[in-house]
Design a protein around this ligand. Structure first.
Ligand code: KG4
Ligand code: ZN
Length: 342
């Protein structure tokens, strides 16, 4: 039987992603980002993101079809992220997907953004095995999940209680006078810094946190600690080494992310860890994850960055699996759900 041809629409944050897959084969993955428009605000502005999606969708769909060398009439299904994410941004994608599905008379699949990140892995062409623990870290989410089956059994183990990891990078960059987005800037500055120069706190890592928040994250205390450290030095007229602060901050984030992810692998007896989200670009995170996972006997999977950051291909890939496994399409009654659970 012929594999399903699916177009996926992703508009949960600031990336307008259109992806086309045939089964597990990636045909195109078009991204239009409004990141530049958010730069002067130091973070994603929901209203700006929603308007940008409205303008970017049509050209992005055209570009994706051209790249995949297919036409709308060839599609077997349309897929869209219905949440979690920014409500207004999601609504633009959901509206477009419904219009497309109705006019083409094709089934429409509403999918979860986080499960989409996990599905990105099946587009790498490598054999994918479950169960796996998945750590998803971006500017909008920081989640630890246990995946027993991609389409039927994804369990949220924990998530951030306040800022997302990428958001923490962006806020610390601002404190240090570095431009937005802060993640790559901190990564660069940290390269010549000493990660042991300052011992910043590891959120929700005390023994007393383990009962309730073993797999949850918190970065607001870390942010406050960095801000206070910098303020105190400046008030005392002492020099602040941006590279030492960046390296020490990055080490604190990476340490807590990797420690909790490998703890989940160990306690659930799962020897696999999948990484996803834009923060996976962080060099130190990849390095520490690979080193410590190897020591723990855990195999790490890191899809190419174009599949780790928000994209439409992962949404299409997940829907193709739903089609393949005979899951029913969504009715048109669904809306955008900014807090959609997995
Ligand atoms: O997945 P993504 O592209 O999209 C959104 O979350 O919207 O992730 C973007 C986030 C930003 O917060 C950015 O600062 C962070 O990922 N990021 C990084 C690095 N590259 C991007 N964080 C740490 N280190 C990096 N090298
Ligand atoms: Zn995402």
């Amino acid at each position: 039987t012929r594999e399903p041809l699916v177009l996926g629409i992703e508009t949960s944050c600031d990336e307008t992603g259109i992806g086309i897959v045939r089964g597990r084969t990636l045909l195109s993955n078009t991204i239009a980002s409004s990141m530049d428009e958010h730069a002067r605000y130091g973070g994603v502005v929901p209203e700006v993101a929603a308007r940008a999606h409205l303008e970017a969708l049509q050209p992005a769909i055209k570009a994706a079809l051209a790249e995949a060398e297919v036409s709308l009439a060839d599609l077997d299904a349309v897929a869209v992220t219905s949440g979690p994410g920014l409500a207004g941004a999601l609504m633009v994608g959901v509206g477009a997907a419904k219009a497309l599905a109705v006019s083409l008379d094709k089934p429409l699949y509403a999918v979860n953004h986080l499960v989409g990140h996990i599905a990105a892995d099946i587009l790498t062409g490598d054999e994918v095995e479950y169960p796996t623990v998945a750590l998803l870290v971006s500017g909008g989410h920081t989640s630890l999940l246990l995946v027993r089956d991609l389409v039927s059994d994804v369990e949220l183990l924990g998530e951030t209680m306040d800022d997302a990891a990428g958001e923490a990078f962006d806020k610390i960059a601002r404190i240090l006078g570095l431009p937005y987005p802060g993640g790559p800037e901190i990564d660069k500055a940290a390269a010549d810094g000493d990660p042991t120069a300052i011992r910043f706190p590891r959120g929700l890592s005390r023994a007393s946190d383990m009962a309730e928040h073993r797999y949850d994250f918190s970065f607001s205390g870390l942010k406050t600690a960095v801000a206070r450290w910098v303020e105190q030095r400046e008030a005392a007229g002492e020099p602040v080494s941006v590279s030492d602060v960046a390296a020490s901050f990055r080490e604190a984030v990476v340490d807590v992310l990797v420690t909790k992810a490998l703890d989940a692998c160990a306690r659930h007896g799962v020897p696999r860890l999948l990484l996803g989200g834009g923060v996976i670009a962080n060099r130190r995170l990849r390095e520490v994850a690979l080193q410590r996972a190897e020591a723990a006997g855990v195999a790490v999977r890191i899809p190419p960055l174009s599949l780790c950051t928000d994209n439409g291909a992962m949404i299409a890939a997940l829907a193709a699996e739903l089609v393949r496994t005979g899951r029913p399409a969504s009715t048109l009654a669904f809306g955008a759900d900014s807090t959609l659970p997995v």
